[in-house]
Design a protein around this ligand. Structure first.
Ligand SMILES: [Zn+2]
Length: 388
């Protein structure tokens, strides 16, 4: 028995003068799964809690975010294929251009990936006060930076001012234990600026500090061999964090132009090798942030056309989101997300289509994200008995 979990990022919506993207979209294949299966509403972290994409996915995978979430940095670093150790402090980094002490370009003139890659050895391997720096440049101006050593803390503020026309910020300690780390970051920023002097990208801005906190793997927790198909580094990172195999798919970019078909083909191709496949689509969320109902609807319609590729290759298909991103909200919201489950051991309900309002009547009722993996194990007939 195998399962496909399709996450349409930020898929939940609110009605305005029109219906939600799920209501407006023409999606016969997904609606058929709803008709033949069951639907309900998932409170991803808890009622009214607004999930981030990272914490939302952790909850869905059954990892209590309050315990396992220690900042975004480690997920980005894992997504960039860095090996992290328990206690490492990771940041998102971007090359910037600073002139006369002022940030004039936060992307260093949209530096090319190949050009940025050449700067990597100037930063990677620096040591300051016994702390080792690991740096990897990823795409264009972006990168990830890791501090490895004793007495480090993630409670430090960003050096990225998140705007131009101001100086880069000094890292501040947000707790007493973080003084040492803030000091390291400020010395490091200086050292990096010296090493990059005369280059187009002459500064490295840091943000999103987080501490790597080892977690039991998906296989240890559930006995399921799991794979992830995703474009964005954050999602790949969360999947690697829980020990999934992250598969590379040509053209899976994590944006609106991602090769969705290739991702579905990949899921089909590996369906016999894995018990659990997590397939992530980001663009629904991006259009939600843009307030673009037509765009969000068009992605749902594109995905719907791909459902036949995988339909007969999985015993259980679950479709949901990691949070709502209503177009009239342009942000993540705490509204529950609709979820549909289709499979041999799913108790069919009366719902006829897949959207937020039909799901209110669904047989799965209201449940929390942290309950989903138990429900999935039960639908796969792999749940262990509690008691005798
Ligand atoms: Zn998300």
């Amino acid at each position: 028995m195998n399962a496909l979990l399709l996450i349409l990022d930020g898929v939940g919506g609110l009605r305005s003068n029109k219906g939600t993207a799920l209501e407006e979209a023409n999606k016969p294949n997904i609606d058929e799964l709803a008709r033949e299966g069951a639907t309900g509403l998932m409170h991803v972290i808890g009622r009214g809690i607004v999930p981030g994409s990272d914490t939302g996915h952790l909850a869905i995978f059954g990892y209590e975010p309050k315990k396992y979430y220690h900042g975004r940095g480690p997920f980005e670093a894992l997504g960039a294929k860095l090996e992290l150790k328990h206690g490492d402090i990771a940041f998102r980094a971007n090359f910037a251009r600073v002139e006369k002490g002022i940030v004039v370009d936060r992307r260093a003139g949209r530096i090319e990936t190949s050009e940025a890659k050449k700067l990597e050895p100037l930063i990677n391997g620096i040591e300051i006060d016994g702390v080792r720096v690991i740096f990897k440049s990823t795409t264009e101006h972006r990168g990830v930076l890791v501090l490895r050593g004793e007495h480090l803390s993630p409670d430090v503020s960003d050096t990225d001012p998140h705007k131009t026309g101001v100086p880069p910020l000094k890292a501040k300690a947000l707790s007493d234990e973080a003084e040492f780390t803030a000091n390291i970051i400020n010395k490091l920023s200086q050292t990096i600026a010296e090493r990059l002097e005369g280059k187009k990208a002459n500064y490295l801005l840091l943000r999103g500090a987080g501490r790597m906190h080892k977690a039991p793997s998906f296989y240890e927790k559930y006995g399921l061999k799991a794979a992830a198909i995703a474009g964005g580094a954050l999602y790949k990172g969360v999947a690697r964090y829980v020990g999934m195999d992250v598969l590379e798919v040509e053209g899976a970019t994590g944006d609106k132009h991602s090769n969705f078909k290739a991702k579905f083909e990949k899921a089909k191709e590996i369906s016999e090798d894995y018990d659990f496949v997590f397939l992530h689509v980001k663009a629904t969320d991006s259009f939600g942030h843009d307030g673009d109902l037509e765009g969000k609807k068009s992605i749902i319609e594109k995905i719907d056309k791909l459902i036949p590729i995988i339909k007969d290759y999985f015993d259980l298909i679950v479709i949901t989101g990691d949070h709502s991103t209503p177009c009239i909200y342009k942000e993540h919201s705490g509204h529950p997300v609709p979820l549909l489950a289709y499979g041999k051991y799913v108790r069919k309900d009366e719902t006829m289509k897949f959207d937020e309002f039909e799901a209110m009547k669904g047989g799965l009722g209201h449940f929390k994200g942290l309950e989903l993996m138990d429900m999935i194990l039960n639908w796969l007939k792999k749940q262990k008995k509690f008691g005798s």
